[in-house]
Design a protein around this ligand. Structure first.
Ligand code: GLN
Length: 463
């Protein structure tokens, strides 16, 4: 069936204005997000506001844009996207960060620190640039970084891996996830994910033509429903894509849960893709890499990155670690996705990973203090805060404040309170499952966290 395409002729003077907030017109779960652009458009001209509002109302299929041709006339172009990405809209993180800027709201939404990474890592990057490490890196990583990753992994897990044969360096963990899925999953293969899940999982699985099987982790403890996992594994299951510590809930999979997943994977010959980017932000228990459990290394791709641990989310240095027979697919996909990643940043990443243990201890201590400010603050505001063992996120139940769902709550929070959180319904295949939950991040300086709590205390009251 062909989708209906709305087209609009927009007078030239409005053209620039239209471009500006274009990102918020393409939104993730269109039917539930229809009202969000309206808050963005409060002070804008009516004509443009009408255009956006009506283009949003059918945005689940395709939209149109208008571009001024070189010689003057305005031309309409329906937005184009391949079927495999049709249902995905601008990521929730992009939307919410735009709204934070637009409304002058404190951004506890997208998970990026509002403080800088350590000087010793930044200095190493500057030095590498000055030393002329500026041409293409070796596709699977500069030797120094591969070797630093292998040493760190050995220290963390006790596993010895060959830095030259079992590691591929990528442009952030998001690319490592994509390369793993595109390199190892065939169209039609079943992949199990745990909802709520990081948004790129579904989009990347869709790009690979995978069949997604979803298992929901439910509050208050988001524990693994093992019987459901057993019942959903089939002979077509190729892999489980998991994340511990878990974004958005902060859940960490326990030793027992990991053992259960491991034995099911071994029994059913299933691979595990394990996203562990928050491994150094574990507060209530020790992080365990599933690859370190007996019989698991040979069927696991461990994915990680520099960004969270070193407060350098914009550097986009990530990696995949897996035995030779699995890293091959990852490396092949990576070769043709990006070929190699930024050379000087890889040298700096190697310096970062050689940080003494005290760096990691300090990081954890700092984040514990931030977490305490946010969690106790949210409780005092009246939220039902779910326990978070790791990551820099906490999930709360917003229903005491009387709004019908997470999206309306986040809209209210931005407009009336001046704080940004992330609605979690976008992290579920069935958005209804997340409608009571929103995510806050505490990767902000303490003053920002206190100010956000202050705003909420002043302007939010349980009903
Ligand atoms: N991982 C970050 C978060 O969950 C966001 C990354 C992104 O913006 N894509 O907030």
């Amino acid at each position: 069936m062909r989708h209906r395409i709305n087209t609009f002729i927009v007078p030239a003077p409005f053209f620039i204005e239209m471009l500006l907030p274009a990102c918020i017109r393409h939104i993730h779960k269109p039917s539930r997000w229809n009202h969000i652009p309206a808050i963005n458009l409060r002070n804008r001209r009516q004509t443009v506001a009408n255009f956006r509002a009506s283009s949003i109302s059918t945005a689940s299929t395709a939209e149109a844009t208008s571009v001024m041709a070189q010689d003057g006339p305005t031309i309409q172009h329906p937005l184009q996207v391949a079927k495999r990405l049709e249902k995905f809209k601008t990521t929730i993180f992009t939307q919410m960060s735009s709204l934070a800027i637009e409304h002058g709201a404190i951004n506890l939404g997208q998970g990026f620190p509002n403080f800088d990474g350590p000087d010793f890592v930044k200095d190493a990057a500057i030095q590498a640039i000055k030393d002329g490490k500026n041409q293409y890196a070796r596709g699977y990583g500069v030797p120094d970084l591969n070797s630093a990753i292998a040493s760190r992994f050995h220290k963390d897990t006790g596993l010895t891996v060959d830095p030259e044969k079992e590691i591929t360096v990528t442009s952030g963990c998001t690319e490592a996830i994509a390369a793993t899925i595109l390199g190892l999953i065939n169209p039609g293969d079943e992949v199990i994910v745990f909802a709520p899940f990081y948004d790129s999982y579904e989009a990347t699985l869709s790009m690979a033509g995978a069949k997604i099987t979803c298992i929901t982790l439910r509050p208050p403890d988001f524990s693994l429903p093992i019987q459901e996992l057993k019942s959903k594994l089939s002979k077509n299951t190729r892999a489980i894509l998991m994340n511990t510590p878990h974004n958005p809930t902060g859940k960490m999979f326990t030793h027992e849960e990991l053992d259960q997943i491991a034995s099911l994977c071994i029994e059913n010959d299933v691979l595990v893709f394990s996203d562990e980017v928050y491994d150094k932000l574990s507060f209530e228990m020790d992080h365990i890499s599933i690859a370190s459990l007996p019989g698991m290394y040979e069927r696991t791709v461990t994915l990680n990155s520099l960004g969270k641990t070193f407060s350098l989310t914009g550097w986009k240095i990530g990696w995949a670690i897996a035995p030779v027979h699995l890293i091959w697919g990852v490396k092949q996909a990576h070769s043709y996705l990006t070929f190699a990643t930024s050379t000087p940043m890889q040298y700096a990443a190697a310096a970062a990973l050689r940080a003494p243990d005290s760096y990691y201890e300090e990081l954890r201590k700092d984040y514990k203090a931030k977490k305490e400010i946010l969690v106790s603050g949210l409780k005092s505001v009246g939220f039902n805060v779910y326990p978070s063992s790791g990551t820099y996120f906490v999930v709360v139940d917003h229903t005491p404040f009387g709004l019908p769902d997470d999206v309306s709550f986040c809209e209210y929070l931005i407009k009336e309170v001046g704080v940004v959180a992330i609605p979690t319904s976008v992290f579920y295949l069935d958005p209804n499952e997340g409608k009571n939950l929103v995510r806050f991040t505490f990767c902000k300086d303490e003053e920002t966290l206190r100010n956000a709590v202050g705003r909420m205390k002043k302007r939010l009251a349980p009903k």
